[in-house]
Design a protein around this ligand. Structure first.
Ligand code: FES
Length: 327
């Protein structure tokens, strides 16, 4: 049976148990977030032994060469000596330059990074408050705007990171930024293609970035953005998106809520987001679609769009992978 050595102690994983689960079960403090191989918050380094290929999926070659691996995806087959990696080599320093309430429970956090940070709007990064607390958030703005990174952070009750951002963090506070990751971003090459952007909650953040990127590239096809929320208060960029749609003939914004009161304006629909999207756009064959937010909804929408005629290769998705990924 494979053994793990960490901090001078030996641990024996149960059959099929990951390095992360093994160490957490024994009370070790290992940073983690999605536990699904997506956010890279749980990066560790093997100093001896062979890491299974699955545990290095998606990592840069330079990281693989250093023995870095994802602890949540690593079920050891051989004995491994592991440690936490040198964070200086993985993250860049940043500081908070702005906190703006977009609604009662969504904050726009703006960061200045200490060195050039190339990214595509819509990708995600892990923000580190300190060495043990990191959470992944999507980039909601363009790199060329003003050099700042902007995020939409929902206050999750009891959430360690989001609670800190909403209640305690101040302008000037330092953070670490790791990434970027993900392929949910605008791709040049077909400016006439119609775009379908569908998101729930703060799944709007990457879609907002993608929309801005498409406009910055002079995209000519129709762009339909659907934002779903539980109620009117959750449509936290409603006025901004109405103004964007007013300013661009090819931009169409559709707001949808599950629960409505009697005063719901005409431009907000009550009902199912996916059904509304298909009603409004008709046949999505040939469209490029971006789906962001609640994983169950993203999975259901992906299937719905495919069955309605969209090509699988034209559907990009950024599901918030677990309930506590962005807390
Ligand atoms: Fe392991 Fe997210 S990749 S916790």
């Amino acid at each position: 049976m494979a053994q793990l050595k960490f901090n001078g102690e030996v641990f024996v994983p149960a059959p099929g148990q990951s390095v992360l689960d093994t160490l957490l079960e024994k009370g070790q403090d290992i940073p983690n977030s999605c536990r699904a191989g997506a956010c890279q918050t749980c990066l560790m380094q093997a100093t001896r032994g062979k890491v299974p290929a699955q545990a290095q999926k998606g990592l840069k070659d330079s990281h693989k060469a250093r023995g870095l691996f994802l602890a949540c995806s690593c079920v050891p087959e051989d004995d491994l000596d592991v440690c936490l990696p040198d964070t200086q080599q993985l993250r860049i320093a940043a500081s908070i330059v702005g906190r703006k309430a977009l609604s009662e429970d969504v904050m726009e956090l703006s960061l200045r990074v200490s060195e050039p940070f190339p990214y595509h709007a819509g990708q995600y990064v892990t923000l580190w408050r300190d060495d043990s607390l990191g959470r992944s958030y999507s980039l909601a703005n363009l790199p060329q705007d003003d050099g700042l990174l902007r995020f939409h952070i929902r206050h999750v009750p009891g959430g360690a990171f989001s609670g800190w951002v909403h209640d305690t963090a101040r302008v000037g506070d330092a953070l670490g930024v790791q990434g970027p990751l993900g392929d949910c971003f605008y791709v040049e090459g077909n400016p006439q293609q119609n775009l379908l952007l569908i998101g729930t909650g703060t799944g709007l953040a990457p879609l907002h970035g993608i929309l801005l990127d498409a406009l910055a590239h002079g995209h000519e096809g129709e762009i339909h953005l659907f934002h779903g929320a539980l109620n009117r208060a959750g449509l936290y960029l409603h006025d901004t998106l109405l103004a964007l749609a007013d300013a661009h003939d090819n931009v169409h914004y559709h707001a949808c809520v599950l629960h409505a009161d009697a005063s719901l304006p005409e431009n907000i629909t009550q009902g199912d987001l996916g059904t509304l999207a298909l009603e409004r756009v008709g046949n999505p064959a040939g469209w490029k679609s971006y789906l962001c937010g609640d994983p169950a909804l993203v999975t259901a929408l992906r299937k719905k769009l495919f069955l309605a005629g969209a090509g699988m290769k034209d559907i990009y998705a950024d599901a918030f992978l677990s309930a506590d990924t962005r807390t």
